[in-house]
Design a protein around this ligand. Sequence first.
Ligand SMILES: [Zn+2]
Length: 121
Amino acid sequence: MNDLDQMNLQLAQNIAAALREMKAENERLRSERDHYRTKYFEAQAEIERLMAIIRALFGDWPEPAIEYMDGGDVQDFGVAHRILVPVEVDEPCGDWCACAEYGDFPTTCYRLAAEFRGSET
Ligand SMILES: [Zn+2]
């Protein structure tokens, strides 16, 4: 092998090593991109959910929908926007729960979604 062939082989080895590093880095970036893309879509879905609540309540301003809502409307609104979670129960959840006053079981208990409950310390 002459010197030129030797140099070309060394160059090819260096390029191959650089390619392996670049491909590994691109894989890492793809994985990071997928992670942030998922986070983006989760945040976007939450933004749209919250915007739907604002529009439902204030979209017809200065005649806010809430002015015309009775208790049933508020309950339906809460369920539609995942603020209230309907749970079928065969007995009262506890003395503390609104369904305990209802008395006729089985019934649907409407609970405030976990993310809106305060910390119970
Ligand atoms: Zn209950």
